[in-house]
Design a protein around this ligand. Structure first.
Ligand code: TRP
Ligand code: ZN
Length: 490
């Protein structure tokens, strides 16, 4: 991707940092012309993005972020103000003379590379933070990059939904306290954190959040500590020890109650999965009812999909009218979507999307089709035959127009085809075999493809190798046909 140098704005502090680094005394009024600056981005072949077919500018090819260690402070909950540091532990799969992160968030104040000040450039228009390492990052070596930032988060309007993806601000209103939470699919995380913002580079997260007196916080992973902070505030630390895509990171700040429930033995080898949900104050009492089914949902889905992939699971309920999102270990559930069917859907995404991650956004049906299919598996576990649901899907898929499953535009990402035709495609596969084989197929997909991101081609090859040519042909028809294939029948 070529970036125009004219859109690049230099951050004076980077010159200051460089001056300190090189031992040149900083002269803020007259920066020395001898101070080297970064060459224009267009001259940097190595700032090549990942090459996503829907979002061609996202990410950096060859960059592998292993861990994000976040230290965030929310001084005024309910506003768009955020400050903190992100420490990225990175590796490379090719030599990287420069680091290019996705970031359109608050102003960057300082960048350190392995503890030393590093020159950087924040390009607001391109949504990139470029950092010059002391020497190229070579494959197999690690570096630690610290980015300190403060200010207003960026805005990234969703192409379909009436919201900006990323850091949500819920202003205080009447009795209700201000709140913030993340809602980032597909590329909203870059509005508040410097990230390699693509699901093909999942990473672990340590999230430390400091909130003022009277507020609390939650995030993806397991809570490790809660400590006092100045002026009666608190600092809470969460550890997400399994890699997750950047968009799946949940962070919540507000006034809410944490409700712990008995752990559920659905982890690997029957290990316990911690159960906690977060309910904001002032929501209708009935909102909580759906969440009493969470343990049972985990058991039913783990039977079909294999062990739950993370050490904790639950929901964080939010008050704005937004769609639910499958944030890792902690689904983000609006009050208005607090029903069991949506909860089943988001819970299934913990396996499909959060654990098995996408190699390219064009394959998003691999998330949405599987999560929608889980709604049928749940209904059947409740004793329904599911015929109505399948017929209903078919009617809906036909009514709204259809397309091959691989998305070609941003607007197609979360359309009826991705969800409903995607689910019907899996049903078509199921009907070519018996349920024992289908269960092994679903479990094998999760266990075999957790280590690297997936494409539709991977699923087709996997289908042939596990269930045979008939199953693959059935899937291929649903993947490729411009028309809606006939309703699958056993
Ligand atoms: N993945 C979500 C679901 O089906 C839907 C979704 C896509 C979404 N983009 C979003 C939700 C942005 C909230 C915000 O479960
Ligand atoms: Zn979904």
């Amino acid at each position: 991707m070529a970036h125009t140098a004219s859109r690049v704005t230099f951050v004076p502090l980077s010159l200051l940092a460089l001056a300190l680094l090189t031992g040149v005394r900083a002269q803020p009024a007259l920066p020395s012309p001898a101070v080297p600056t970064l060459p224009p981005l267009s001259a940097q072949i190595t700032t090549q993005p990942i090459g996503d077919s829907i979002f061609p500018a996202l990410g950096q090819a060859g960059l592998d972020v292993l861990n994000y260690d976040l230290d965030l402070t929310v001084d005024r909950p309910g506003t768009s103000e955020l400050r903190g540091t992100a420490v990225l532990t990175i590796d490379a799969t090719r030599a990287l003379p420069v680091l290019s992160l996705d970031f359109s968030g608050p102003a960057v104040l300082e960048v350190n590379w392995d503890g030393l000040a590093a020159p950087f450039r924040q390009d607001e228009a391109a949504g990139k933070l470029t950092v010059q390492p002391p020497r190229p990052l070579l494959p197999g070596t690690r570096a630690t990059v610290m980015v300190r930032f403060a200010g207003q988060v960026g805005r990234r309007p969703d192409p379909d939904l009436p919201l900006n993806v990323g850091w949500q601000a819920v202003p205080a209103e009447g009795q209700r306290a201000g709140a913030n939470f993340t809602l980032s699919e597909p590329d909203g995380t870059r509005t508040f954190l410097p990230v390699n913002d693509h699901p093909s580079d999942p990473a672990t997260f340590t999230t430390r959040i400091t909130v003022p007196a009277g507020y609390t916080a939650a995030a993806s992973g397991v809570q490790r500590s809660e400590e006092d902070a100045p002026n009666g505030g608190h600092t809470l630390t969460f550890e997400q020890a399994q890699p997750i895509p950047t968009y799946a990171l949940a962070i919540h700040v507000g006034r809410f109650e944490r409700v712990d429930s008995p752990a559920v033995p659905v982890g690997k080898g029957g290990s316990e999965v911690l159960r906690r949900d977060y309910f904001p104050s002032g929501i209708p009492a009935g909102t909580r009812d759906a969440y009493t089914s969470t343990g049972e949902i985990l058991k039913v889905l783990a039977e079909w999909f294999g062990p739950f992939p993370f050490s904790a699971y639950g929901s964080a309920i939010v008050t704005p009218r937004v769609p639910a999102l499958e944030t890792a270990t902690l689904s983000t559930m609006p009050v208005t979507s607090s029903n069991v069917r949506v909860l089943v859907h988001e819970t299934a995404h913990q396996w499909f999307g959060d654990r098995v991650t996408l190699a390219d956004w064009s394959g998003v049906w691999l998330n949405e089709g599987f999560a929608t299919y889980a709604e049928l598996l749940w209904a059947q576990a409740q004793g329904e035959d599911g015929e109505d649901m399948v017929r209903g899907w078919y009617t809906r898929a036909g009514r709204s127009g259809t397309r091959p499953l691989i998305a070609t535009t941003e607007r197609q990402l979360f359309d009826t085809t991705a969800y409903i035709r995607g689910a019907l495609a899996l049903h078509a596969v199921r009907l070519t075999v018996d349920d024992t084989a289908f269960k092994a197929y679903l479990r094998g997909w999760v266990s075999g493809f957790s280590a690297r991101p997936v494409t539709t081609a991977d699923l087709l090859i996997y289908t042939r190798s596990t269930l045979g040519a008939g199953a693959e042909a059935a899937l291929r028809l649903w993947v490729d046909s411009p028309e809606l294939p006939p309703l699958p029948a056993r």
